[in-house]
Ligand binder design. Structure first.
Ligand code: AQP
Length: 326
């Protein structure tokens, strides 16, 4: 069975971009793969976090994982900082990567831009992400399109170590959704939907009330020509709404666009409100009960133990490759 690894940062409310780009794949893959799904709290602290809030967000993401259908009997669900191999391998890989390649990463440029002093963690973030993946001999990494460059870097580092030392790492492949790989902000369809954007109507969070979902979609930015067709370059707003519709419903984008031919943007938005509310209703219904259950922490402890056992095997191999310890 091929092994799958992916993670989500506990940095705020998980939105439909995270879900349609990454999380939805997690659920599908667990049926016929060996899956590890991580809450990557060590990534979250690359920018300042309130410690109390961070701990709450860790449990929120864990509960959401289960609420969307990740089954802890089928998949390993755990928190990154509970398995020390992530930080240990992260350091080893830092010593096998170059500042030049890291400073070229688009996400680093975006997050560090305009700041007076830039934390080292922001620069080395993709190296820690490579460690997360390589620690588990991962074959497949389901992520959104924004992570493509980081997956390439991870592959480069693995190939570099295998070539410069000896065969140590499995070289992984990214897995991207056809529809949903890059959901754009509702208020500005030229930027990706993000947890940290100031305008709450730029995104739909998985736990948003129906009224908020309706408000955010009905006020989404479109254009003035009135034609419903999929054309991300010239009609990014309408194309984004069609992508979200397709990703939730499973219906082909072209089929949806053809069905709305001659109708107005208001008609598309109204239907999308219904489709989104319907898709998120069971997640919201499951979340509350799981989040309040005593079992949640037990599931995470068990997950960390199982993940830790796999990680330790890899770390033994890594220490041997580099001659660490005795
Ligand atoms: N807009 C998006 N469309 C599709 N996929 C997305 N992902 C993120 N945004 C979109 C995917 O979601 C997974 C988890 O993301 P993350 O929490 O690890 O980090 P992120 O990419 O930094 O998410 P945000 O929402 O943009 O958070 P902030 O605002 O904190 O930077 C990843 O697989 C990612 O590709």
């Amino acid at each position: 069975m091929k092994r799958v690894f992916s993670g989500v940062q506990p940095t705020g409310n998980i939105h439909i971009g995270n879900y349609l780009g990454a999380l939805k794949q997690f659920v599908e893959l667990q049926e016929d793969h060996e899956c590890l799904y991580c809450i990557v709290d060590e990534h979250a602290i690359t920018v300042p976090q309130d410690p109390k809030e961070l701990r709450q967000h860790i449990l929120d993401v864990a509960a959401l994982y289960l609420a969307i259908g990740i089954d802890p009997k089928k998949s390993i669900v755990f928190v990154q900082s509970q398995v020390s191999g992530h930080a240990e391998l992260g350091w080893v890989l830092c010593c096998n990567s170059y500042t030049g390649e890291l400073s070229r990463m688009t996400q680093f440029k975006a997050k560090s831009g305009g700041q007076e002093s830039v934390g080292t963690g922001l620069l080395t973030y993709p190296v820690l992400m490579a460690a997360d993946i390589l620690l588990y001999d991962t074959d497949i990494v389901p992520v959104g399109n924004d992570q493509k460059q980081h997956i390439e870097l991870c592959r480069d580092i693995a190939i570099r170590v295998n070539h410069n030392y000896k065969e140590t790492f499995v070289v992984p492949e990214g897995r991207f959704m056809k529809a949903g790989a890059r959901i754009m902000a509702l208020d500005d369809p030229t930027s990706k939907m993000s947890k940290s954007a100031i305008n709450v109507h730029s995104r739909i969070s998985l736990l948003d009330e129906d009224s908020k979902i309706k408000k955010s979609i009905m006020r989404a930015t479109t254009d003035s020509d009135g034609e419903i067709r999929f054309d991300p370059e010239n009609k990014p707003g309408v194309s984004n709404l069609l992508s979200i519709y397709s990703a939730f419903s499973g219906e082909d984008i072209e089929t949806i666009a053809a069905r709305f031919a001659g109708k107005g943007y208001g008609d598309l938005k109204k239907e999308l409100v219904g489709v989104t509310q319907e898709a998120l209703a069971p997640i919201k219904a499951n979340f509350k009960e799981i989040r309040e259950s005593d079992e949640l922490k037990a599931i995470l402890r068990d997950g960390a133990e199982r993940a830790g056992a796999i990680a330790e095997k890899t770390m033994k191999r890594v220490r041997d490759t580099f001659g660490l310890g005795f």
